[in-house]
Design a protein around this ligand. Structure first.
Ligand SMILES: Nc1nc2c(ncn2[C@@H]2O[C@H](COP(=O)(O)OP(=O)(O)OP(=O)(O)O)[C@@H](O)[C@H]2O)c(=O)[nH]1
Length: 561
């Protein structure tokens, strides 16, 4: 794993892998930022380990990563270094990892120096795509499990991602210092659910640093080095990329074939563009990073990226209803000609083709895993049924915890399922999901109108059977969220020209000048200016001012309908 600083080239005759100025086959170059440059010429491929830490949210990945960075001298042991890999402001504020970060650790074991490339991953269910991307650069993972909470849904999902990618899995039971910790019970769960012998588990406290050294040793002893065929033409996988204001694009790559060095011309297999490699290096944890937007996987994802765009780019953001990629099999010859295919994917609800032009609609489905204390099983089954889910499996993972598997339509879980599940299980149930293809569905497009004007942010595709309840809920929530204005507002949910739900916001007369007795014009101007500033946070639909946060409030409260 290495970091490449790339400069785009307008022209260039390079073909993929044509390394013009290859580096010595057993060496890596080191970026200039590292405080002390380790002697990179010592490292052979067999001295390198690429690994990731995966875990359910809050089980302690970031804390363990910090301890590993400290133990290897990559960062100082100071209080300010808490969760070093959680770099983004939003990550520190919310205490969660959003974007995976990579760091290279140098560690001596039995008289030999190793280069350990650690890729941190996000833990929240909304970011599972980022986890699978990180794994593509690894040969092994540390699967961190909280000694008190045990295996959770995301532990299961992460394990199978790693298992299917044929990675070595090292189970690490964390938080053994907690009063209610039960590492032996967790060991048994690991054996039952993952078929990993209990003596392979490493029990640690990342917080106190207990036994963390044995994690590093297991990384060296159990995870194989990467296989790099250096004589072949260059083939590298970009698993992450960042943009540095001063240096340009920094691509984090896993090298599969060949060698790379400064000055090489390389070609992106995806877009055939040629780039020049300005710098080759390992990654240290202090690089500043920004990131382009991958669509939203849930409300947390949406709020986090909204906050990032506002904080880091000072950008005004308009949030729209999260949507899933539906498909339509077209029957209209005109449309087939226009799209040059029979089956189209609909990303934007505005492009939804009407029923007469379509043979069938298809919706994406996912296989969801829920782990819950048994006492909440009944309520959870009802929630799943209300979300059109079909049960696939049910199993006790220990005496009191149940693992449920359901096939869900993706649109039923993408907005608020996780929040509903958490609230009805007092926070104890956990959830994760993976793709499971498409199924036929009766879909309709629903518009939300304010005094006859369509609110583009709230146009949504819904299942026919749910149109009325979803429409009614959105209208009711909008009624609660919209501030009264000087005139009456009709809120309507409509399918084509048919209105399926309606609410009314009564008018309210707000005269900001009422308090301003006397004729002092400067005071009047001040009040009008303040009102104008408030309006900036508004979105105008027809002549109606809608606060921008109204949409997220409406989406958040569409629960269980
Ligand atoms: N008692 C105890 N607490 C721990 C230990 N390891 C982590 N924690 C605490 O558990 C909480 C979550 O730890 P994090 O390291 O942020 O968890 P994470 O898995 O990285 O979470 P995300 O960044 O959201 O994915 C924090 O409050 C930590 O201080 C441990 O060994 N013992």
């Amino acid at each position: 794993v290495a970091g490449l600083v790339l400069k785009p080239r307008a022209t260039g005759a390079a073909r993929p892998g044509a390394a013009t100025n290859s580096w010595p086959t057993d060496r890596l170059f080191c970026s200039a930022e590292l405080k002390e440059k380790p002697d990179m010429s010592k490292f052979l491929v067999e001295d390198i380990r690429n690994f990731s830490i995966i875990a359910h949210v809050d089980h302690g990945k970031s804390t363990l990563a910090d301890r590993l960075l400290e133990l290897t001298g990559t960062i100082d042991k100071t209080k300010n270094n808490k969760q070093v890999l959680d770099k983004l402001q939003v990550e520190r504020e919310r205490g969660i990892t959003v974007k995976a970060q990579t760091a290279s650790l140098f560690y001596s074991f039995q008289g030999k120096q190793y280069l350990l490339n650690l890729i941190d991953t996000p833990g929240h269910v909304d970011f599972s795509y980022e986890v699978s991307r990180s794994l593509s650069a690894c040969q092994g993972v540390l699967l961190v499990i909280d000694a008190n909470e045990g295996i959770q849904a995301q532990t299961v999902a992460n394990f199978f991602l790693a298992f299917e990618a044929q990675l070595t899995v090292i189970p690490v039971i964390n938080k053994i210092d907690l009063k209610n910790a039960d590492p032996d019970m967790v060991e048994k769960q690991i054996e039952k659910v993952f078929d990993i012998p209990s003596d392979e588990c490493i029990k640690i406290s990342a917080k106190l640093g207990t036994n963390v050294e044995s994690v590093l040793q297991a990384v060296i002893e159990r995870i194989p080095p990467p296989k790099v065929h250096r004589k072949n033409p260059l083939r590298a996988l970009v698993f992450d990329s960042t943009f540095d204001q001063y240096r340009g694009v920094i691509a984090n790559v896993a090298l599969f074939d060949g060698v790379v060095s400064k000055g090489d011309k390389i070609v992106s297999a995806h877009n055939q563009k040629t780039y020049e490699v300005n710098e080759v290096g390992v990654l240290n944890p202090n690089e500043k990073s920004t990131h382009k937007l991958l669509g939203f996987l849930g409300l947390l994802h949406m709020e986090v990226f909204n906050q990032r765009l506002e904080q880091e780019y000072n950008a005004a953001v308009i949030l729209t209803t999260p949507t899933v990629p539906y498909k339509a099999v077209l029957s209209s010859a005109k449309l087939i000609k226009e799209y040059r295919q029979k089956e189209i994917t609909i990303i934007n609800p505005a492009q939804f083709p009407d029923k007469p032009k379509v043979t069938e609609y298809l919706e994406p489905i996912v296989l969801g895993t829920i782990i819950t204390p048994d006492e909440y099983t009944g309520k959870i089954m009802m929630l799943c049924q209300a979300r059109r889910a079909v049960q696939q499996n049910m199993m006790f993972i220990d005496q009191s915890r149940v693992m449920l598997k359901y096939l869900f339509p993706l649109n039923e879980i993408v907005v608020d399922f996780y929040d509903s599940l958490k609230s009805l299980s007092s926070g104890y149930a956990s959830f994760d999901y993976e793709d499971a293809g498409y199924q036929t569905a009766e879909l309709v497009k629903m518009d939300i109108l304010l005094n006859g004007n369509i609110v583009e942010e709230l146009v949504t595709i819904v299942h026919k059977d749910k149109a009325h309840t979803v429409g009614k809920t959105i209208c009711e929530r909008l009624k609660d969220t919209l501030p009264r204005q000087l005139f009456e507002i009709a809120i309507q949910a409509a399918i084509g020209s048919k209105i399926v739900a309606r609410e009314t916001v009564k008018p309210y007369r707000k005269n900001v000048l009422a308090k301003c007795y006397g004729g002092d014009i400067t005071r009047k101007m001040k009040l009008l200016k303040r009102q104008a500033e408030g309006k900036k946070r508004m979105r105008k639909i027809g002549n109606i001012e809608v606060p921008k946060d109204a949409f997220i409030k409406v989406l958040k409260t569409q629960t269980n309908k």
